[in-house]
Design a protein around this ligand. Sequence first.
Ligand code: ATP
Ligand code: MG
Length: 389
Amino acid sequence: MSERLRIENLYKVFAKDPGPALQVLRKGGTKDSVFETLGHVVGLDDVSLAVPSGAMYMVMGLSGSGKSTLARCINRLNEPSAGRILLDGQDLVPLDEKALREVRRTRISMVFQHFALLPNKRVIDNVEFGLKLRGVAPAERRRRAEEVLSVVGLGRWGYHLPHELSGGMRQRVGLARALATDADILIMDEAFSALDPLIRTEMQDELLRLQRTLNKTILFITHDFQEALKLGTRIAIMSEGRLVREGTPQSIVLEPGSDYVAAFTREVDRARLFDARSVMKAPAVLWRGSAGIVVGGPEGGFLLDQEEQVVAGLDGAEIARLQETGTLPAEQAAPICVPEATKLIDVARCYRADRSVGVIDEAGRLVGLLGAEQILARIANLPVQEREP
Ligand SMILES: Nc1ncnc2c1ncn2[C@@H]1O[C@H](COP(=O)(O)OP(=O)(O)OP(=O)(O)O)[C@@H](O)[C@H]1O
Ligand SMILES: [Mg+2]
């Protein structure tokens, strides 16, 4: 996967001369110690991260941890004090006003908590606004705006004024406006935080649905860890201006690395987060014969043909008999198999007490086995045989 945005050693100190604060930070000082000694507020302290193209990259942290400062530095609403911000390899930090305007107009799209819709303009004009700034011709502008409005389920509302829409619908207009621009990266700062819980869940689902077809690169800022888990392909966690943990949702919950991060993970619904791949154990070969090979263990196994395709499932008793007599059961049961990305909650739904669940890759090859032990241990957050998800 190629990289869209890379941030290298980014600092932001809110001071006319950030020099002295930078010196303190680089010698191991903290946001607190800078404030105590110099009276300057540190927004970002040596933040580095990479956003892959097509990622839904979540930046998460408590209030004041520096999330918005990071977002605002990327399009230079906040002037970085030190560091580099590479968008498709180009450093945005040294850009002059003119070049910067061009980047904001064409390559970065920002969505805030309260979408600032133009109140006197119809919904469609609001959506077209970014395209107009980009110099897109009126007919093409209208076509694109109508298209994205129908994508967000507001096809009938284009010719109404914003005040005729509910808050949730207005939020959708803001989303449509950001999506319409075709920017290289979409930055959404707490875009759903002001919504009612139900509408918020709807918007999250909507964004996930849109993302499956649009495949945009999105930097999404939130203080809600559940939202980060639900939407994110990767999550960066911030504290006191620093990036303290970065990784996939599964890897962060598996290994928080600090009490600060662990506190967020405590209430997580592990059955809905972890997938089969994250807990499966490697298949062991139990038997080889002209019919193929049998892999598994005492709790059950699978008969694979010469092409490693799963042809049948064996329960614990059949495995025991096979090992004793060397003969396969005359009648073979259909195997229970799930793809690697199946969540444990869904694995549990097809689990049968006397059998293993097989885990298969895209080519249909068996790559792992799951028993009750693996599934329950992960859901209960007990140590199991580890495998980086
Ligand atoms: N313009 C500014 N001048 C001085 N300090 C600022 C400015 N903007 C932000 N800060 C400070 O920078 C730090 C990070 O603020 P930021 O707004 O980035 O936090 P946040 O993580 O977005 O918080 P929230 O979840 O409340 O939005 C805070 O200590 C804040 O007080
Ligand atoms: Mg903020």
